[in-house]
Design a protein around this ligand. Structure first.
Ligand code: 4AD
Ligand code: MG
Length: 463
């Protein structure tokens, strides 16, 4: 039966045995005596070298063994004489399962730009870079579930289609069954929404938080991990229209507990990557970003700086040498240039910013005693900016109602959320980690479109 490449490369007891490997040809080179075929099956970034002697395999017999072809090789696993690998397979039999035409297969030997690879999302997983990214995405997914499971959190599935706009930012994708060109009309000529599937405005969720709070008010500590959708600002290297978010929500946690959880969580995830993705990390470090491993170790070994929004604004106003594109005044939202200044220039470590002005944050955040700021918390990371956004939630029915009215939120969309404050309300807090922002950090990749298999951004839906 088949042995995967990772196992072949790491199991010394297999040396001297007959093995079968199946995978895709990365390169073939050689001379008139011998051919060397590098085979990768996705189990690891490393290839297994297949050695085919010309006596047994004349050139003609290997003509379909080209870059991109899928092959099955039987032979003896032996210690390698050559440099660059410890073992190799002395081929007995080479079978071509699927050919790849040399003239048209786009991934020939030479390196390709990430921009070019984005146009062939169906083939880019076969490159070293995307193999590494996808294996690490899996490792981080697993680590998220392990972290919470080990601490007694329950995973909750929240709806994708919803009638509410959790963040109140109006960045929703509408979900409707009405024909957009010829919608049914009422007698007075208006669009007849009563004929829509749900009979009311529905959209793709921007966050699972509100439903997560429902669960936290029953199960105590929960987390969601699902796709979220935003029709916003998606033409940057940090934004996607479809991204994955992890949102823990914890009854009885106050803002400080929330910060502690966020810091422990991020350090756990980075540690997990260092311990479990060493080969892929080394490749990404050497290929794209020589500081990657240093940066990951630094985050694991240093406490995050905790600063109020008000103090941060003072720091930014006094940053005479920094030439910001956007001015900073108390009350304005911080731009990513400001966030990055704080993290990369001023503090030189991850920063947790708290107590933002209420007017630039969502309706559900708990009001501070000053009446002006809310118990918000953003975690800012080097090279990324905001990686986590969260808060303590307003648990007082009266105060939350006041915010709902002030902000013009439709009560009929959030009545059930308000009822959580009527029946057994409790202090609680939570946050959202953007999974692709985390992936940017742990892989060192520069563009968020390169850390998700099928990125959704404006005009991108070909795949
Ligand atoms: O700060 P945000 O909007 O917060 C929420 O959605 C809250 N409901 C979270 C909570 O308290 N449960 O988003 C949270 C995180 C951001 O910090 C960022 O990492 C990521 O989600 N994010 C995006 N990632 C990729 N593309 C986008 N368009 C993103 N928008 C937010
Ligand atoms: Mg935010």
């Amino acid at each position: 039966s088949r042995t995967n490449v990772k196992k072949l490369l790491t199991s010394t007891e297999l040396v001297g045995q007959d093995v079968l490997v199946k995978g895709w040809v990365r390169t073939k080179r050689g001379n008139k005596f011998v051919s060397f075929i590098a085979v990768n099956d996705g189990s690891t970034i490393n290839n297994i070298q297949v050695v085919a002697d010309a006596e047994k395999f004349p050139e003609e017999s290997l003509k379909e063994v080209t870059t991109g072809a899928c092959i099955a090789v039987t032979g003896k696993l032996v210690e390698s004489q050559g440099k660059g690998q410890t073992v190799e397979i002395q081929a007995e039999k080479v079978e071509v399962l699927g050919t790849a035409d040399v003239e048209t297969y786009p991934l020939q030997k030479k390196g390709h730009s990430l921009e070019f690879l984005r146009e062939i999302a169906h083939l880019r997983p076969r490159t070293n870079t995307f193999g590494a990214v996808l294996r690490m995405r899996h490792a981080m997914t697993f680590a998220v579930h392990k972290f919470f499971n080990d601490r007694g959190f329950f995973n909750v599935h929240t709806p994708i289609i919803t009638g509410s706009d959790a963040e109140g930012a109006g960045q929703m994708f509408r979900v409707t069954t009405l024909d957009p060109i010829n919608p049914p009309k009422t007698e007075t000529g208006e669009v007849d929404y009563s004929q829509d599937f749900f009979g009311k405005n529905t959209n793709l969720t921007v966050s699972g938080q509100l439903e997560g709070e429902v669960a936290a008010m029953a199960l105590g500590q929960i987390y969601t991990f699902g796709p979220t959708f935003r029709a916003e600002n998606s033409n940057t290297s940090r934004h996607l229209a479809e991204f994955w978010m992890i949102e823990p929500e914890v009854a009885f946690n106050e803002l400080t507990d929330n910060m502690d959880l966020a810091e422990e969580f991020l350090q756990y995830l980075v540690t997990y990557a260092l311990e479990n993705c060493a080969d892929d990390l080394q490749f990404l470090n050497d290929m794209y970003d020589k500081e990657l491993l240093n940066r990951l170790h630094f985050v694991v070994n240093n406490k995050f700086e905790r600063v109020t929004y008000t103090d941060a604004v003072e720091i930014l106003k006094n940053a005479k040498k920094a030439k910001f594109e956007y001015p900073v005044e108390w009350g304005t939202d911080l731009q990513s240039e400001h966030e990055r200044y704080l993290v990369e220039k001023h503090f030189n470590k991850p920063v947790i910013l708290i107590n933002y002005p209420k007017d630039i944050k969502a309706f559900y955040m708990k009001l501070n005693d000053d009446g002006k700021t809310v118990r918000a918390m953003d975690v800012l990371f080097p090279g990324i900016g905001e990686i986590i956004g969260g808060s303590e939630r307003e648990e007082s029915y009266e105060k939350l109602m006041t915010r709902v009215k002030e902000m013009g939120i439709h009560e009929e969309q959030v009545w059930w959320y308000l009822e959580l404050r009527k029946f057994g309300t409790a202090p609680h807090s939570g946050f959202g980690l953007g999974f692709e922002r985390l992936m940017l950090f742990v892989t060192g990749m520069g563009n968020i479109r390169d850390v998700i298999p099928f990125p959704r951004f404006p005009k991108s839906a070909e795949f």
